[in-house]
Design a protein. Structure first.
Length: 108
């Protein structure tokens, strides 16, 4: 079972504050509010990734949505994991949008 890290003290905190902490601690954001975090991810800087899951559902259903994203990243053999990715999980657990929101420039 994956380790899910929830910062209870920050529930209800502004998105920019959560984003700052996630970047400092290299933690992927899992949210139902993708639009605002997508804007934050498009700032041109490296980030630990964003996974957007459907709202509602039981805690078990929410964990299954997260696990769908983990399985997708694993199956793509990405050495970066969730880093610099924006993933949306559909109601049936399918990945409906996968973007890389940051790419390093080729300096060779």
């Amino acid at each position: 079972m994956p380790f899910i890290y929830v910062i209870v003290a920050l529930l209800g905190a502004p998105d920019y504050q959560l984003w700052k902490l996630a970047k400092e601690e290299t933690r992927t954001i899992v949210t139902i509010n993708g639009r605002d975090f997508r804007k934050l991810a498009n700032d041109g800087q490296k980030h630990p990734g964003i996974v957007v899951i459907p709202s509602g559902g039981s805690p078990d259903a929410q964990l299954e949505f997260i696990m769908s994203a983990v399985r997708w990243v694993t199956s793509t053999n990405s050495s970066n994991g969730f880093s610099n990715r924006y993933l949306e999980v559909g109601d049936n657990g399918e990945i409906i949008l996968a973007e890389v929101t940051y790419q390093e420039e080729d300096r060779s």
